[in-house]
Design a protein around this ligand. Structure first.
Ligand SMILES: Cc1cc2nc3c(=O)[nH]c(=O)nc-3n(C[C@H](O)[C@H](O)[C@H](O)COP(=O)(O)OP(=O)(O)OC[C@H]3O[C@@H](n4cnc5c(N)ncnc54)[C@H](O)[C@@H]3O)c2cc1C
Length: 433
């Protein structure tokens, strides 16, 4: 299909990660009549939750509406950070210093957990501790970032340090930033390979995985739940909701707390090694101080650039957003002008009204969700914690159990306010306030 000059001949509107780790389209398991634990959703949250349950000897089934990993978990940018967006000062003002500290501690624990899990289980996921460079898109943003890092308790600073505009050449081949901050402990991985490895561990542990099996109704019974699905019914003692940005009408209480927002990514066609080394002298993952953040990185083999962000007011088609993202990439790195797209795709992240992730339980119904676009490490970590609770094991508590999961009056799960919010953020990014 002809798409225009921005598109390479072999352009595909699917995640670049699906080239090395294609979606698992096998028939999967048949729906069993009952299980100790039913996990709804097969992303990092669901797979890590299921693993804990299966390793503890519980009969565990994962029900997935599409194919395994259909959601964000094979579509993301592969950046592994501490995930918590609000600063200690903001969290303290909202929740008090003790909970604020516990939240930041969970952020760090999610990073440590992800690294340890991948190393100990010898997962083939291209995991590397490369650090993250966070660029200041305005001079005032640089000052704000420096103040924030200096004001962070050293225990939570993860050795972050500032890089001035003059020192920038060691980080990035662009004049577009006013310096930035390096977070040396942050990491990168290949999201598709990571998901494929988790799926393998689940199968090895005896988890039954039922694809094309959307759960349409959840009914509480005297003991446990009856789940109605597209493939029939199932009884389960406990249920884990791991549906994140794809949470639909199944549980209205959760839907009223999830703000689904599309995030869009492109991959360029291959660029020369010399150009890659000039523009990206390190393997760091990258982000910036815009409200509508750009996140990007070299591909694991440094063959091309992957660049993501939000460039449309309303949800859009990756064929449309691809050229817009490519133009933004070329604005930041003029040497990439004329480079074409090989892939363009999107996924739906789950924002929450307090920009925090949430875990909790309501009499046997567990949830972990709301990663606000930052869940590669955190979703696995909170999935693991939630799985421990669902399996009746110790060590499943998190700081996020201790805070309310807010909604807004009249909000039913359809974010009518998205377009005006994106517009306001665009203006704020332009003028730096
Ligand atoms: C484009 C993009 C870039 C991102 N980049 C980064 C990044 O670089 N770093 C980072 O930390 N985070 C990033 N994220 C966020 C991160 O990918 C997510 O936070 C994480 O993958 C969430 O995992 P999850 O398992 O909770 O949800 P998902 O992986 O989204 O899985 C939810 C699953 O639930 C299924 N489901 C929903 N309803 C039902 C139902 N009723 N019955 C059965 N199944 C159902 C869906 O089909 C879906 O497969 C990005 C996200 C996107 C979209």
């Amino acid at each position: 299909m002809a798409h225009g000059p921005a598109f390479a001949e072999n352009y595909r509107p699917v995640p670049y990660w699906w080239e090395a780790a294609p979606p698992d389209t096998s028939a999967g398991d048949a729906l069993p009549p009952e299980a100790d634990v039913a996990v709804v959703g097969s992303g990092y949250t669901g797979l890590h939750a299921a693993l804990q349950c299966a390793w503890a000897g519980r009969a565990t089934v994962i029900l997935e509406a599409e194919v395994p990993g259909w959601g964000c978990s094979t579509r993301n940018g592969g950046q592994v950070s501490t995930s918590v967006k609000p600063s200690f000062a903001e969290l303290s003002a909202r929740q008090g210093p003790e909970i604020a500290e516990a939240i930041l501690r969970d952020g760090q624990a999610s990073l440590d957990f992800t690294e340890r899990f991948i190393v100990e289980n010898e997962l083939d996921a291209d995991f590397r501790v490369v650090g993250r460079f966070h660029g200041a898109h305005m001079a005032a943003s640089y000052e704000r970032l420096a103040r924030e890092i200096a004001g962070t308790n050293p225990a939570f600073r993860t050795n972050a340090y500032m890089v001035t505009k003059r020192e920038m050449a060691t980080e990035l081949g662009t004049d577009a930033y006013f310096g930035g901050a390096v977070f040396p402990r942050h990491a990168s991985l290949d999201p598709g390979k990571y998901h494929r490895e988790l799926l393998r561990l689940c199968r090895d542990a005896g988890v039954q995985i039922v694809p094309k099996c959307r759960v349409t109704e959840l009914e509480r019974q005297a003991t446990g739940f009856r789940l109605r699905t597209e493939n029939g019914a199932l009884r389960a003692g406990r249920v884990v909701l791991a549906t994140n940005g794809y949470s639909g009408p199944l549980s209205p209480w959760h839907r009223r707390r999830v703000v689904p927002i599309g995030s869009y990514v492109i991959a360029t066609e291959p660029v020369t090694a010399a150009l890659m080394d000039r523009l990206f002298p390190t393997d760091r993952v990258l982000s910036d101080t815009r409200k509508l953040v750009y996140y990007y990185r070299p591909a694991p083999d440094r063959s091309r650039v992957l660049f993501g962000g939000r460039v449309s007011l309303t949800e859009s088609n990756p064929d449309r957003t691809g050229p817009v993202l490519l133009a933004e990439l070329a604005r930041l790195f003029p040497a990439l002008d004329g480079t074409r797209l090989s892939h363009s795709w999107s996924g739906t992240v789950a924002y929450s009204f307090d920009t925090l992730m949430h875990t909790g339980e309501d009499a046997g119904l567990y949830h972990a969700m709301g990663y606000c676009g930052s869940g590669v490490g955190m979703a696995g970590y909170l999935g693991m914690k939630t799985g421990r609770r669902a399996a009746g094991l110790d060590g499943g508590e998190t700081a996020f159990d201790r805070i309310p999961y807010p909604t807004r009056p009249f909000y039913r799960g359809s974010p009518w306010f998205l377009a005006p919010s994106v517009l306001v953020y665009r203006i704020r990014d332009r003028f730096g306030w």
